[in-house]
Write a protein that binds this ligand. Structure first.
Ligand SMILES: Cc1cc2nc3c(=O)[nH]c(=O)nc-3n(C[C@H](O)[C@H](O)[C@H](O)COP(=O)(O)O)c2cc1C
Length: 327
């Protein structure tokens, strides 16, 4: 079975769903940089069902983001089915992804996200309910288990495949690990071995070379990149180059980083509103784009205080001035 979307090479590069990060502006930047496919941040099925505006806005995307998956979560199969039907009808993404991996307390307390991992019957019921309410392919994303004792990604994956999932993404950590320790790529390899549906590996892909390493280590059909893309959409460009057998393109210099940061910021203002809130929430991206630059920590401190994108732009200009004089 193949992934329900095309890819440039024989392994698909996927931008991870990340709340507060994988919103439309960043998805567009990553697609332009070379991500084959993107996924929305997770959206509550209950909130979709109740037509909560802020949640529905999270399901909106522009045509050039395609192929795109909308991710939903929740522990009530009826609400999940309703959300699945509404997302299909109003937004028509390429696929619907179910989140069974979120470790956040507020979510798992109601058995949402990775909370479902404690109830295997419920997991199957949710997947079937979502599939029954859409003509779109339904994929799933989960962790390796609830905790070390119950860690069993192969059984989890087989159960999800049996319930009808079209692709399986494993973030190879348990819920109790949150984001600590290392993701087990061995587990991803074991799941690839056990399943007939495509498996997407996720966890600790920090550099383009890691994409190639994960692929070689696990045989996965797709590699999902999360935190490694923070301020670094070039990870997709670089990984595509490596997969094509080409040498790595030059590392983006400060001017290129700032150019893309500002392009990203303008997209945010256009798509999320030219408001103070948009600027506040964008500050983290500004900081991430400076990672590794000379004087980054001072630069980051100043960027974390900007009240407008124009202010960020003038900080960038003054940073580049002495460099331009040297050149
Ligand atoms: C800020 C943040 C928000 C996240 N939000 C989501 C989410 O909405 N849905 C989801 O399935 N995973 C979410 N994740 C988990 C990531 O998709 C991914 O599984 C995890 O970060 C491991 O991959 P990485 O090591 O490449 O970052 C989030 C992670 C981070 C850091």
């Amino acid at each position: 079975m193949r992934l329900p979307y095309p890819s440039a090479h024989d392994v698909a590069l996927i931008l991870a769903p990340m709340a507060g990060v994988s919103e439309a502006p960043f998805r567009q930047v990553c697609r332009a940089a070379g991500a084959d496919v993107v996924i929305s941040e997770f959206l509550s099925s209950e909130a979709i069902r109740r037509r909560i505006r802020a949640t529905l806005e999270g399901a909106e995307f522009e045509e050039h983001e395609r192929p795109i998956g909308i991710q939903i979560y929740g522990a009530d199969p009826d609400a999940m089915a309703e959300a699945s039907a509404l997302v299909t009808e109003h937004y028509e993404p390429e696929f619907i992804d179910i989140n069974f991996g979120c470790p956040v307390k507020k979510v798992v307390q109601r058995n949402g996200g990775s909370g479902c991992l404690r109830e295997p019957e419920l997991v199957a019921k949710i997947i079937r309910a979502v599939i029954g309410a859409t003509h779109l392919p339904v994929t799933v994303k989960t962790r390796s288990g609830w905790n070390e004792e119950s860690r069993d990604p192969v059984s989890i994956a087989l159960r999800m495949q049996d319930a009808g999932a079209r692709a399986f993404t494993l973030h190879a950590r348990t819920r109790t690990q949150m984001f600590g320790g290392r993701a087990s790529w061995d587990e991803i390899a074991r799941v690839v071995e056990a399943l007939d549906i495509p498996v997407i590996g996720n966890g600790d892909v920090q550099h383009a070379e890691d994409v190639v390493r994960m692929r070689a280590h696990t045989g996965c059909a797709g590699v999902m990149v999360g935190r490694g893309a923070f301020g670094n959409p070039w990870i997709f460009r670089d990984a595509q180059a490596l997969l094509a057998g080409e040498v790595l393109p030059p590392t983006p210099d400060a001017a290129e980083r700032f150019r893309v940061a500002l392009e990203h910021a303008r997209l945010a203002l256009r798509l999320q509103g030219d408001t103070r809130k948009t600027v506040m929430e964008f500050r983290k991206h500004l900081g991430w784009y400076t990672k590794g630059l000379h004087g980054a920590s001072d630069l980051r401190q100043r960027l974390f205080q900007v009240e407008s994108i124009a202010e960020a732009e003038s900080i960038f200009v003054s940073y580049l001035q002495p460099l331009e004089q040297v050149a």
